[in-house]
Design a protein around this ligand. Sequence first.
Ligand code: CO
Length: 287
Amino acid sequence: MKKQSAGLLLLSFLLAAMLCCPLAQAEQGKDGAILIVAFGTSIEKAKVSYANVEKQVKAQYPDREVRWAWTAHSLLKAREGQRPMLSVQEALAALATEGVKSVDILSLHVIPGQEYHNLVQTARAFEGLPKGLERVGVSPPLLHDTESVKTVAGLLLQTLPKTRKAGEAVIFVGHGTHHAAGVYYPALQYYFSKQDKNALVGTVEGDLELDGILEILKAGSVKKVWLAPLMMVAGDHAGNDLFGAEGDSWKSRLEAKGINVESLAKGLGEYPPLVEQWVKGLSPKSQ
Ligand code: CO
């Protein structure tokens, strides 16, 4: 008799296991995953911005699986870092294979430029494939409409040290683009101007390059400038194009004009209110 009940017990365990596992998988698929997508950086200390985002996402969505994907071809080729680096395609394919049905992508882009559009296209391509992901949401970039530009202008100005004196300019320098979304930079400039006449927006590429900014500084007889990246991480562009020791960096060229430069060499991901602003765009529909 004892042997029989032990057998029954084993059978019921097996049945329970068979029943529960597909259910557990379905549960996981229902909750979905969050995929954080960034360009990536090879600069070790710049990665603090990414760590801040992951911390914020995990705090806000403790029950969701959180993964990363990267868009920089050079980094994916080299596959640097301790964790294996996946492209967006690889990360989405892996989630689909694991039975996940719903993914929310957190885009860490600043403007909806070419890279952001590529990301949206990839997401659409993966959505609704047979036996694949049922939905792939993509959060908006930091600047994406009037309200976000207005809000971000205020948040950026709040990051400035109180030691900045009247008459000292600040330049937030973005990556820049030749894509139509480059209009977000002058849009940000507009909302800066409403709050702080000496706050300027520049870009490494595109229309707001240093030459034009030097003219503005000259016209205002500005003697001191606070220089800050308008980039998610203070990576290669910040280290070289903005603050590099070479003569063609923004810092060197400003100093060559007799302007004193204070470096604010932090990525936007090092300021909690800006990290929050990015993560706010993530509003998983499957919750
Ligand atoms: Co670049």
